[in-house]
Design a protein around this ligand. Structure first.
Ligand SMILES: [Zn+2]
Length: 230
C-alpha cells in the first residue's frame, strides 16, 4: 500500500515537471514565432539587420521585459515562476477588466505580445544605432510597437490602448509639479523601470503616439527606427 502511494506521488511529481517544462517550451515557441514575424517583415522591406536575432530568456525582469543591448538578449517573464508581487500587477488589472479576464491571460497579452514587441523594437533601434535620451528612446520603441500592432491586429492595439488610457485616468502622475515629464524620466531612468511610475510613463507615451497625425505605418516606424515622422 505504502509503495503504491509513493509510486503515485512520484508519477504526479514527474507529471508536473514535464507539464511545466512543456509549457515553458510552448512559451518560447510562441515568442520565437512572433520575433520571426517581426524580423521577417523587416527583412521583407529590404533590410539586413546588423545584429543577430536576440535570444529570449524567461527570467522575470522587474520591468516585465528588457532588451539588454550589451549582450543582445531579450529578458521576459514566466508566469509559474513570476514573484507574487509581479502576479499581483496582472491580477489587479484583470479584476478591473471583468469579462472573464484573468491575471494570467492579461499577463500573456501584455508581456508576450505588447511588451515583447516593445523590447524587439529596442533591438531594432540598436540594429540602426538609434541613440537618444531615455524618454525619446522609450517613446520610439512604443511608436514602433504601436505601428506593428495597429498593422497586424488593430483590435488588440485598441484593447491595449484602452488599458494604457485607463492607467492615465486612474493613477496620479509621478512627475513633480513644474518639471517637464521628459526631463523627470531622463534624470531618473535608472531608478524607474518597473513599478507604478514606469507604467504611467509607458502609458502616456503610448497614448501620445496614438494621437500623432499621421499615425506611422509599421514600415515607416521601422524606416525611422522609432523617430517621429515630423
Ligand atoms: Zn523600453
Amino acid at each position: 500500500m505504502k509503495k503504491v502511494v509513493r509510486t503515485f506521488l512520484i508519477l504526479m511529481i514527474a507529471g508536473t515537471t514535464v507539464q511545466a517544462q512543456q509549457s515553458k517550451d510552448s512559451v518560447l515557441t510562441k515568442l520565437i514565432t512572433l520575433r520571426d514575424d517581426y524580423v521577417g517583415k523587416i527583412k521583407a522591406m529590404g533590410y539586413k539587420p546588423g545584429l543577430k536575432l536576440p535570444p529570449i530568456l524567461l527570467d522575470n525582469p522587474r520591468s516585465f521585459g528588457n532588451y539588454d543591448d550589451s549582450l543582445n538578449v531579450i529578458h521576459t517573464c514566466y508566469w509559474p515562476t513570476l514573484p507574487p508581487e509581479g502576479r499581483a500587477v496582472f491580477n489587479n488589472f484583470a479584476e478591473h477588466m471583468g469579462n472573464g479576464m484573468t491575471g494570467e491571460k492579461f499577463f500573456d497579452l501584455a508581456v508576450y505580445q505588447w511588451i515583447f514587441i516593445h523590447e524587439l523594437s529596442h533591438w531594432w533601434q540598436a540594429c540602426q544605432n538609434f541613440k537618444s535620451d531615455p524618454y525619446e528612446t522609450e517613446k520610439g520603441a512604443n511608436r514602433i510597437a504601436s505601428a506593428y500592432w495597429n498593422d497586424r491586429d488593430p483590435q488588440f492595439y485598441k484593447f491595449m490602448l484602452g488599458v494604457f488610457q485607463g492607467v492615465l485616468d486612474h493613477r496620479p502622475s509621478p512627475v513633480p509639479p513644474g518639471v517637464p515629464k521628459e526631463k523627470y524620466l531622463d534624470d531618473n531612468y535608472q531608478k524607474l523601470p518597473g513599478g507604478d511610475a514606469y507604467t504611467w510613463y509607458q502609458s502616456i507615451m503610448i497614448v501620445e503616439v496614438s494621437k500623432e497625425n499621421p499615425f506611422e505605418t509599421f514600415k515607416q516606424a521601422i524606416q525611422l527606427a522609432g523617430k517621429p515622422l515630423k
